[in-house]
Design a protein around this ligand. Structure first.
Ligand SMILES: [Fe+2]
Ligand SMILES: [Fe+2]
Length: 247
């Protein structure tokens, strides 16, 4: 097993490990490294991947430089190695939506996390990321995303997952592959928050989607996200109005 490193946008690196057994053609686990004055690692990978992911980071920068660690939600592939990275990067701190800090991370992390309010901007020094709360989408109450403003890169976690070991980034349509992968795993918590969230993140007009499993996408992102909102409504039954909470 190896971890490939590709610069998918200026100063944004995709660290990708394909595990063959999980799906036909394999299934990739991707972390993203944002090179800034205060470098950010988005997703840590599972603890078992820690040596590989650490080695991949070291191809770009010393791991001790990491200042921020973030991940979309609390599962092993997103954040299993968070404490391992906090150990080797003494200045690093996890940033996460305040809800996730309160629910889990204040307890689970070896160092206190930095809670984020929805819409809050964090200046990484040369890069700025915006907190986008996405509760229950694609799954887990504490889910959130980060949007990097300079390159228009949306770190969208498990959304639009694809099986196989495709190119690091593609502008070819990933719609059908994403639907097929959803049908295979049924990973999304199907409910009215799903289409509403896809439409909300489309309104950010991202230039690039940094996807956790599969190729990143730099085609027409907003139309794809709106089309997927329709797919989740019509094909997967995520219809109905959201009562009470806003997303
Ligand atoms: Fe997940
Ligand atoms: Fe994942």
């Amino acid at each position: 097993m190896q971890t490939n490193v590709d610069e998918i946008s200026t100063g944004i690196y995709r660290l990708s490990t394909c595990i063959p057994e999980i799906a036909p053609g394999g299934f990739t686990f991707n972390q993203f490294l944002v090179d800034a004055d205060e470098p950010l690692l988005y997703h840590t990978g599972m603890r078992a991947l820690f040596p590989l992911v650490r080695g991949a980071i070291e191809k770009v920068m010393p791991v001790e430089r990491l200042r921020w660690i973030a991940f979309s939600h609390i599962e092993a592939d997103e954040c299993g190695a968070a404490n391992e990275f906090l150990e080797v990067a003494p200045q690093a701190q996890v940033m996460h939506g305040a809800l996730g800090c309160m629910l889990s991370l204040n307890d689970q992390l070896s160092r206190e996390p930095r809670p984020l309010a929805d819409g809050e901007v964090i200046d990484l020094g040369g890069r700025r990321v915006v907190e986008v709360a996405t509760p229950h989408v694609p799954h887990n109450w504490e889910s959130h995303m980060l949007f990097e403003q300079e390159t228009g890169t949306l770190f969208c976690g498990d959304l639009l997952s694809q099986t196989g070991d495709g190119p690091a980034v593609t502008s070819d349509s990933i719609r059908d592959a994403a639907i097929a992968t959803e049908q295979l795993f049924m990973q999304t918590s199907m409910g009215p928050a799903v289409p509403a969230t896809y439409r909300r993140i489309a309104d950010l007009e991202p230039h690039r989607l940094a996807i956790m499993h599969g190729s990143s996408y730099d085609g027409d992102c907003a139309p794809l996200l709106r089309e997927m909102a329709d797919v989740y409504e019509q094909q997967f039954g995520c219809s109905g109005a959201l009562a009470g909470a806003t997303v």
